[in-house]
Design a protein around this ligand. Structure first.
Ligand SMILES: CC(C)(COP(=O)(O)OP(=O)(O)OC[C@H]1O[C@@H](n2cnc3c(N)ncnc32)[C@H](O)[C@@H]1OP(=O)(O)O)[C@@H](O)C(=O)NCCC(=O)NCCS
Length: 190
């Protein structure tokens, strides 16, 4: 009908958490807010992860991201509805050979299915890498993660973020599914 406003698109061209140049490069982006995990988020986080990952996480596992000095979890929320759209969690681990060196370990990353391919995963991963790097008491040399060898989308995503396949761990998941260990040598500073 003439003069009638077009329906609001799901993806809006505004992303306050990344530099302007990145906004201009993107054609489809979500308006998101990123904050740190706190106890009141526990149930929502557990629910989100069970909807978006094939593994289940106990409360005590998740609470380490609040209580442990070396662990961090970031939550991306839709700017207007406040719904969780993505979660990333990781920690830094000291090198056994040299205590002056740390490695970032990306332990959890998931984006809500309807929000994928909007840059949310990339922003979360880069923010976490940056946080681990700035909060570690030693130099963070590399960042690594485990991913199922069958998860082609995630492998492509991590390769796109600068991670390379280092080795394959047989039966890493429940003794049945192999994991690829992927590593990156230059962490993001955003
Ligand atoms: C992997 C995952 C976190 C990626 O999040 P995302 O927000 O969709 O990723 P982004 O939009 O930031 O993608 C960045 C780039 O990664 C690559 N990429 C992401 N998803 C991809 C896919 N399904 N196929 C191919 N490439 C992909 C693309 O190069 C993409 O850039 P482009 O969209 O400009 O081409 C998301 O797919 C997910 O939550 N999957 C289910 C849970 C999971 O497997 N987690 C990882 C466990 S280790």
């Amino acid at each position: 009908m003439e003069g009638r406003q077009q329906q609001q698109p799901v993806f809006l061209p505004l992303l306050p958490l990344v530099p302007d140049e990145e906004i201009e490069q993107r054609s489809r982006v979500l308006r998101i807010r990123i904050d740190s995990f706190c106890t009141r988020d526990l149930d929502a986080v557990r629910q989100f992860l069970s909807n978006n990952l094939p593994l289940t996480y106990s409360n005590s596992f998740l609470l380490q991201f609040i209580t442990a000095r070396e662990s961090r979890m970031l939550i991306a929320r839709h700017a207007s509805t406040d719904a969780i759209v993505g979660i990333v969690g990781g920690r830094f681990v000291h090198s056994l050979a040299d205590r002056r060196i740390c490695h970032g370990h990306i332990m959890i990353l998931a984006v809500a299915e309807q929000c994928r391919r909007s840059g949310v995963g990339r922003i979360l991963l880069q923010k976490l890498e940056s946080k681990l790097r700035s909060s570690a008491s030693a130099t963070v040399k590399t960042s690594f993660l485990e991913v199922s060898h069958t998860n082609a989308a995630a492998i492509k995503f991590y390769q796109n973020e600068g991670y390379s396949i280092e080795k394959r761990e047989k039966g890493y998941y429940n003794g049945k599914v192999d994991a690829l260990i992927m590593r990156k040598y230059s962490l993001a500073t955003v």
